[in-house]
Design a protein around this ligand. Structure first.
Ligand SMILES: Nc1ncnc2c1ncn2[C@@H]1O[C@H](COP(=O)(O)OP(=O)(O)OP(=O)(O)O)[C@@H](O)[C@H]1O
Length: 282
């Protein structure tokens, strides 16, 4: 797997995570990017957003893509979601090329307005279950209610999106994603626009749900502490074009590690790695 670029000193406790194959794991990865290169067509010609990025994500793993603004985190997530076609290299799900969006991958974005304004919260969550999972209205609503209770929205089932706070809207979007029981959850800075307290609660809730449901997660953030907390593995990217800087095993840092000296030391070291590369981290 990727190793930190030569000129960067990687502290001993931040050594690159072993590739599943090296660790003796034989299973096909749930997600895999091989030498992924992503371009956008622009007025001045081709713009290279991501170059030669490789990673694999095993079942139940939580891979965090971390790096400064413009390093291609969202673009990589779009490629995994099937919205962006590789210019070179491949993206695969369970060994099959990703050629478009699919119900096996659910995406949660940063924007609060991901809900249909004319439907109440319950029906917002039930709607995709009826369409994509072909459930009856009764079954879909029951499942939606259960998912909403899980994310703490049991008292807002009948509320309409415009009456919800940002955090509640984001909880509803997460409930909608989880209700479909996705194999893979792709999250693009889902908590970035929230206040610190709500963000912290949602981080904890997401980790608890990941433990409970066992979904495979790819999570984009530019917040280093969030990356270390959420990820079992961290893929650090540098910008212009986006390329791999280093990968780290952060599985040891769960909710209970938040704020501990070891946790803070890792956050500092990752920060130093980014700045050693000249990254303008925002
Ligand atoms: N639709 C687009 N058309 C042209 N260029 C794009 C488009 N989307 C992104 N880019 C460019 O691709 C590069 C990577 O962008 P991307 O949004 O993937 O980065 P990011 O790491 O997610 O950034 P941020 O943290 O600011 O959201 C940037 O240089 C950006 O300007």
């Amino acid at each position: 797997m990727t190793v930190a670029v030569a000129r960067l000193e990687v502290p001993p406790h931040l050594q690159p995570a072993p590739h599943p194959a090296q660790a003796g794991v034989q299973a096909i990865p749930v997600l895999e990017a091989r030498r992924l290169t992503l371009d956008y067509a622009g007025a001045k010609g081709r713009h290279r957003a991501v170059e030669d990025v490789s990673f694999s994500v095993a079942a139940g793993e939580r891979l965090v893509l971390l790096g400064p603004s413009g390093c291609g985190k969202s673009s990589i997530l779009k490629a995994l979601a099937g919205f962006l076609k590789p210019a070179a290299g491949t993206v695969q799900i369970r060994g099959k090329a990703i050629t478009g969006p699919g119900p096996d991958r659910i995406v949660v974005f940063q924007e609060f307005d991901q809900l249909l304004p004319w439907k109440n919260v319950r029906d917002n969550v039930a709607f995709p279950l009826r369409v994509a999972r072909k459930m009856s209205q009764q079954e879909a609503r029951a499942r939606a209610e259960a998912a909403l209770v899980k994310v703490g929205l049991g008292r807002a089932l009948d509320a309409y999106p415009h009456t919800l706070s940002g955090g509640m809207k984001q909880r509803a979007a997460i409930a909608r994603a989880l209700a479909t029981d996705p194999d893979v959850l792709l999250m693009d800075e889902p908590f970035a626009a929230l206040d610190a307290l709500t963000r912290r609660t949602l981080q904890d809730d997401l980790l608890a749900l990941a433990e409970e449901q066992g979904f495979t997660l790819v999570f984009v953030t530019h917040a280093i502490d969030e990356a270390v907390l959420i990820g079992t593995r961290l893929h650090l990217l540098a910008a212009h074009p986006g390329r791999t800087l280093a990968t780290f095993d952060t599985a040891a840092f769960g909710i209970s590690a938040r704020g501990t000296p070891a946790f803070e030391a890792v956050v500092r070291d990752v920060h130093d790695l980014i700045f050693a590369d000249g990254g303008h981290h925002d």
